[in-house]
Design a protein around this ligand. Sequence first.
Ligand code: NI
Length: 253
Amino acid sequence: MYFDTHAHYDDKQYDEDRDALLKDLNKNNVGYIVNIGVDIKSSFASLELADKYPFVYASVGVHPHEAKNVKQEDYQTLENLLKQDKVVALGEIGLDYYYDLSDREVQKEVFKNQLKICENITKPVIIHSREATKDTLDIIKASKVRKGVVHAFSGSLEVAKEYINLGFYIGVGGVITFKNAKTLVNVVENIPLEYILIETDAPYLTPVPHRGTRNNSQNLRYVVEKIAEIKSIDKEIVEKTTFNIAKNFFCIN
Ligand code: NI
């Protein structure tokens, strides 16, 4: 069975067939899904999905793209959401200096304020970091948060090791199947399987051979196959280990 640790099934791309698709995924080897919030609205939508489907859990938070829209009262809203049983993490939160859709100072401020929420409630954080490695690491180090995952990891092996030393896991998805994924392949090859969480980021980042189409959690099989190939181990071991690691990470019994 697969555990999809990062997906966005509240996205409008699933409006036509969401219910049928989710039920079908669960019947076909997808054991759990964590649906990820990117703003307040999608955080509530994630919890709604989690309440509706036993195999879906929610993460709540504001993505750096949306940082500019955060209001003071939103932090309390996120804290209240985070207390819900089916909300298993805070995120995705972080810094994105590639798109720069919010001012960098605002991104940093909103990232720090959200990390503070997790100082009182011991649930892991889901980090989005793009072209912002140094600032992301500095802000995490200055916080008290020591459990999380770096979603769609895109850094070097050295950076991966630094995150692991801080108590973080490495999120690996469809990108690992892309031709230009050399750096990520090197990371996956050289870190223990026990620190890898697999994810789709559906509807985005669809792995080869379906690249370019709408993603779904079934495509985790290509991610698992690729990790098995890189690490020269059975894909059954990758499937089973990543499933158990993710369950423990999100404290799902
Ligand atoms: Ni995402």
